[in-house]
Design a protein around this ligand. Structure first.
Ligand SMILES: [Zn+2]
Length: 344
């Protein structure tokens, strides 16, 4: 019932579309989606799926909201940045206001081989909102090992791409790109910049592909990679063939999920920072850590993280023992700081 006393069906306009209907709306309401990375792509994808009434969303992100995210990252506000809110937490809070029917969990963690199955395997679709190749290979391994479809998306500058990968139906991400490109050849969001509306095109494309997967449409996963040059206004679709020699979908060798490939220290895209993952699985007592660090300098504390300034570094520690060290792009230097101030 609406506030004015009329009976309002929130979803009536999308149910009017023949591809959805009453049945499709019910499928969406029963569907579960994991969104891996809640940056520019992920936050908009989450918003689209939430508004459409997808029953469950798992919002996964390792980062917090910063002012320079706001030109692109549709869900977040200046206050989120000022409060250093983790993106997964801020997103859930805004999305619950948009659609309280949707059940959501925030996961403030980095998805890596130790926890990938836990966060990504019990859903109907995984959506890629990540900014790095390692995470995409990991998602691809989970998808092919467990049979969960996933929707890839990526964008640098104004050039983006997307493809729906459906086990048993399409080629996989490693058929498309057998090995990660060498770091020195990679353009990043930092070097090439990135524009909000271009991100929006790719994010909405991904959300549409995810919806088709959730509706079990025969149009889901057509086996093509779509690429966009939004400055030129050019869209291309390229058929991606299955590779018989593929290490993932061919040989079923899930190296990223097994942890054979991957790293503990990772330089973060365009941040002048390194992320360190603790080797242990125990949670860190943030209050105790803040107490200990307070004797050494300025400490900011929230229920989700502790941040301390140790010039020239700013170190942010999360509950899962993960730390982001700003002020260096040298993994060894970052590891040293982590061992010294947080623990080895
Ligand atoms: Zn493959």
């Amino acid at each position: 019932m609406g506030m004015d006393g009329t009976l309002v069906d929130r979803y009536r306009r999308q149910k009017a579309y023949a591809g959805v209907g009453e049945k499709g709306q019910l499928q969406l309401a029963n569907a579960r989606v994991a969104i891996c990375g809640m940056g520019a792509l992920g936050s908009l994808i989450a918003e689209r799926l939430c508004r459409m009434g997808v029953g469950y969303l798992r919002l996964i992100d390792r980062d917090w909201v910063e002012l320079d995210n706001l030109p692109r990252q549709a869900l977040y506000t200046t206050a989120d940045a000022e409060l250093v809110r983790p993106k997964a937490v801020a997103a859930k809070s805004h999305l619950s206001e948009i659609n309280p029917d949707v059940c959501m969990d925030s996961v403030v963690e980095d998805v890596r081989f130790e926890n990938a199955l836990q966060w990504l395997s019990d859903v109907d679709c995984i959506v890629d909102g990540t900014d790095n190749f390692e995470a995409r290979y990991l998602i691809n391994d989970v998808a092919w090992k467990t049979g969960v479809p996933w929707v890839h998306g990526g964008i640098v500058g104004v050039v983006g791409q997307s493809m729906a990968f459906v086990p048993g139906r399409t080629a996989c991400f490693r058929c498309l790109l057998p090995e990660p490109p060498p770091i020195e050849h990679m353009q990043t969001c930092d070097s090439a910049g990135v524009l909000g509306p271009a991100v929006g095109v790719v994010a909405c494309w991904q959300a549409m592909e995810a919806v088709k997967i959730l509706l079990k449409s025969d149009r889901a996963g057509d086996g093509t990679l779509s690429s966009f040059d939004l400055w030129e206004g050019a869209v291309r679709k390229i058929r991606v063939p299955k590779t018989a020699m593929c290490r993932a979908c061919g040989a079923e060798n899930y190296e990223f999920l097994e942890g054979a490939i991957g790293s503990q220290a990772r330089v973060l895209c365009g941040r002048g920072a390194v992320q360190i993952q603790s080797s242990g699985r125990e949670r860190i007592g943030l209050a105790a850590l803040a107490e200990r660090l307070r004797t050494l300098g300025k400490v900011f504390e929230s229920p989700f993280l502790v941040r301390f300034h140790f010039p020239p570094y700013v170190v942010t520690v999360f509950e899962d023992g993960r730390a982001v060290i700003q002020g260096t792009e040298n993994p060894d230097e970052a590891r040293k700081i982590y061992a010294r101030w947080i623990g080895g």
